[in-house]
Write a protein that binds this ligand. Structure first.
Ligand SMILES: [Zn+2]
Length: 281
């Protein structure tokens, strides 16, 4: 068997929460999505797609440049910024299968509805969101790439419901979707105390896989795919829990987490969470 390798493409976009309190972090108000190609000798599997038509066109060109046959697109979870490219990719690569767990398919179905696609994403990125196509449910829990197993690790409710990561043991690679964040504020608006505990447990499960490369769905371009991103994500969630229990208002909570993590990009995500998790203030 030949070795597996991987390559990652990043796409930068504006954050989704744009009414931030004043503060000196204007240069950090953006976020990167990642799409990862796991490469065999002849075939390849893509993990996640991008948000806008233009970003997904760039993704298609980039995949073509790798000169492999794309066999599958695996979606780690159902959020629009990871699944909206499916339709364009299926058209560009006939015969490819777009797959996800049942939980991610359910999430994708919601994000494909007009309320979300046009009402939410379309308002933030007018005229730029592709026609949404929902992935099929993966049968079983693995994808084969030239005889190598890519195993789905179900991570439950992390930054949303129905999330998973893909574990390519032969490459010591975890493609982590939004379970692990790389120098980017974590998306907390869909969490509660139980799901945050579940998220930390999922991060510990991933830690035990012993990966050498951990690709976050949202990563900072200046930082590599070091497994330390798992521990840093756990530390962030513990800091969030502490700030939630000690700070009374949304603004105090926001400032407390920001003080601990001043250089993570996309502070808007934290502000969005602050307003949801501390609604009274
Ligand atoms: Zn995401």
């Amino acid at each position: 068997m030949t070795d597996l390798s991987y390559d990652t493409l990043l796409a930068r976009r504006e954050g989704l929460v744009r009414d931030l309190p004043p503060g000196g972090n204007e240069d950090l108000r953006w976020v990167m999505n990642s799409a990862t190609l796991i490469l065999g000798e002849r075939d390849a599997v893509l993990v996640d797609t991008f948000t806008t038509i233009e970003q997904n066109e760039r993704l298609i060109d980039w995949i073509r440049g790798h000169e492999r046959k794309l066999t599958h697109i695996y979606c780690t979870h159902g959020h629009g910024d990871h699944i909206y490219g499916i339709g364009q990719l299926l058209e560009a690569f006939p015969g490819v299968q777009a797959v996800a767990t049942a939980g991610a398919v359910a999430g994708a179905r919601i994000q494909a509805e007009d309320d979300w696609r046009e009402g939410f994403w379309g308002r933030l990125f007018p005229g730029q969101i592709p026609v949404a196509v929902v992935p099929d449910e993966l049968e079983g829990d693995r994808i084969l790439l030239e005889g190598h197993e890519l195993r789905v690790v179900d991570t439950g409710h992390t930054d949303t419901e129905g999330t998973s990561v893909l574990w390519a043991a032969d490459a010591k690679l975890v493609v982590a979707g939004d379970v692990v964040y790389n120098h980017t504020h974590m998306y907390l608006a869909e969490t509660d105390p139980d799901s945050r505990a579940q998220w930390i447990a999922a991060l510990r499960t991933i830690q035990e896989l012993g990966a050498e490369h951990v690709v976050a769905g949202h990563k900072h371009p200046d930082h590599d795919d070091d497994p330390s991103n798992i521990q840093e994500s756990i530390a962030y969630l513990l800091d969030v829990e502490e700030a939630l229990s000690t700070r009374a208002s949304a603004l105090e909570f926001y400032q407390a987490v920001l003080a601990r993590h001043p250089r993570r990009v996309n502070p808007g995500s934290l502000w969005g969470a602050a307003k949801v998790l501390k609604p009274s203030a």
